[in-house]
Design a protein around this ligand. Structure first.
Ligand SMILES: Cc1cc2nc3c(=O)[nH]c(=O)nc-3n(C[C@H](O)[C@H](O)[C@H](O)COP(=O)(O)OP(=O)(O)OC[C@H]3O[C@@H](n4cnc5c(N)ncnc54)[C@H](O)[C@@H]3O)c2cc1C
Length: 459
């Protein structure tokens, strides 16, 4: 997920964000109660942020545990690409959403330098790039800004889809406003406007507690910081160990891998992506309660793609954050994001839901050609000759992830509290999807692990 606050930078506020800010806030110690009653062994399934953080907390409480990871590497949806650019590129999570979170605190404690990129977003209108500070003066865009503000600060009780809800507010001829709302809401939430519940978007906006700044690392990658945060955990993770079955209901839970090896434990924390749970890739015996399985189906986890295009020259404005396009490619941003002393020559195409599904079905080169074609069409410039190289990260094609991140489906009465409820005081659920408010974020995964460990410790 890219952006936390929809609020548009208006002409009045344009000067407000000055130079990239180096964040040096004091960090808050978030400690769990010392009274841990639980004695026994815990199995943790999945070694993304939730699984690794759960293991770290259990270590702190001297509770023995084993972490199982299906793929050959830890990190899950934190994954970095070295060598494509002169700086590491984030294939999954990239921004630190807010300075009031465990993730921010962890990075701060590790000495990470974070910057708040001071860049301007542009909306492409008939080949012209219109900067964000002018949007609220343009009658074609203003209705979209009002809709975004309502999504952020209103109180929306309808479980309709975003597109059904905006019907009355943004009539057909308001294409530009629809484009803006699409890019700044549902695409960030991992899907398309006709799939996501508008109530869920509004709830997340109102309840969000992490702060509104979107920060990035000034150097290094999220993967580097995972290694620094979990030096004692990562070497012990059982990688290439997909779990296919979890038994519970008797004295022990049993986690069983694809080779049939059985690992008993008193408790199990399941942190695999929701898509893996929805598809029944892990069989539970006895089956999980129907209410929980129904909730799995109330959420989606759609295709999500980041495509990186490196050009021989910068043809976009130097101060550009994102370009928002009137297209199924809603948002494209400068990959360097204002990092100092790096070349600004690569763009990230960020597309979720239906638009991503179209690209995902194409051969990689055809997908790149399609994106270039759309860009050339909208911006009226020839680009193909300047493209040096490209890379595509399609999260739906990662066998143990199978999608970008969770979102509440329209009309499905999605309820994350039911989704994450422990079963039989033996099976606990963590991972981004299990966080009521900070889902689809790194801190959301960490908080969900904190909660699961707390539930075990006090059970
Ligand atoms: C394109 C994209 C952009 C994002 N941008 C941001 C951002 O800017 N900021 C932000 O805060 N967040 C962002 N996120 C979200 C963030 O990456 C996730 O919320 C977070 O990393 C999820 O952590 P997790 O532990 O819940 O799940 P995961 O990281 O998915 O970890 C789950 C692990 O379980 C493993 N697994 C699956 N099945 C099995 C099995 N059967 N047995 C054993 N192991 C299994 C998987 O291999 C994986 O390693 C982004 C995500 C994507 C995809």
């Amino acid at each position: 997920m890219r952006r936390r606050s929809f609020l548009i930078q208006s002409a009045l506020s344009a000067g407000w964000v000055a130079l990239p800010t180096l964040f040096e806030f004091g960090c808050k110690e978030k400690r769990m109660d010392k009274e841990f009653k639980f004695k026994g062994h815990v199995n943790i399934v999945g070694a993304g942020m939730a699984g690794l953080y759960a293991a770290k907390l259990l270590t702190q409480h001297k509770i023995s545990h084993t972490v199982f990871e299906a793929s050959a590497q830890v990190g899950g949806r934190i994954k970095s690409l070295n060598g494509f650019e002169t700086y590491p590129i984030e294939l999954g999570a990239e921004e630190i959403h807010g300075e009031n979170s465990i993730w921010f605190d962890s990075l701060f404690q590790l000495g990470a330098k974070l910057i708040n990129p001071d860049q301007q977003d542009y909306l492409s209108i008939n080949g012209e790039l219109v900067p964000e500070y002018l949007w609220d003066q343009d009658s074609r865009i203003k209705p979209g800004i009002e809709v975004l503000n309502e999504l952020e600060t209103g109180s929306i009780l309808s479980d309709n889809s975003l597109s059904d809800w905006w019907q009355g507010r943004l009539p057909q001829d308001q294409r530009l406003s629809q484009t803006l709302v699409y890019a700044r809401s549902c695409n960030d939430f991992g899907t398309s406007a006709d799939r996501i519940s508008v109530k869920a978007i509004n709830y997340e906006n109102r309840e969000w507690r992490s702060g509104d700044n979107n920060l990035i690392l000034s150097s290094g990658s999220f993967t580097d910081y995972l290694e620094k945060l979990f030096p004692e955990i990562i070497p012990k993770v059982k990688v290439v160990t997909p779990i296919t079955r979890i038994n519970y209901g008797s004295e022990y839970t049993e986690v069983i891998d694809a080779k049939g090896v059985v690992y008993p434990a008193e408790k199990t924390i399941v942190t695999v992506p929701l898509s893996i749970l929805k598809q029944g890739i892990i069989q539970f015996d006895p089956p999980l309660p129907t209410e929980k399985i129904n909730q799995f189906n109330s959420f989606g986890m759609d295709t999500g793609i980041k495509m990186f295009l490196r050009f021989s020259k910068t043809w976009w404005p130097e101060d550009m954050g994102s370009i928002i396009l009137e297209d199924s490619l809603p948002e494209i941003w400068a990959t360097s994001q204002g990092k100092e002393a790096v070349l600004n020559r690569t763009l990230t195409v960020f597309v979720m839901g239906a638009g991503a599904e179209i690209l995902s079905q194409l051969e990689p080169q055809a997908a790149v050609n399609r994106v270039l074609g759309r860009l050339e069409y909208y911006l009226g410039v020839g680009l193909a000759q300047d493209l040096q190289k490209w890379h595509i990260q399609d999260w739906s094609k990662e066998p143990w992830i199978q999608g970008a991140y969770s979102y509440a489906k329209a009309g499905a009465q999605a309820n994350r509290k039911i989704l994450r409820q422990p079963v039989n005081q033996q099976i606990y659920f963590a991972g981004e999807a299990m966080n009521d408010v900070h889902y689809a974020t790194v801190q959301g995964a960490m908080e969900s692990a904190q909660r699961a460990v707390w539930e075990i410790g006090t059970s």
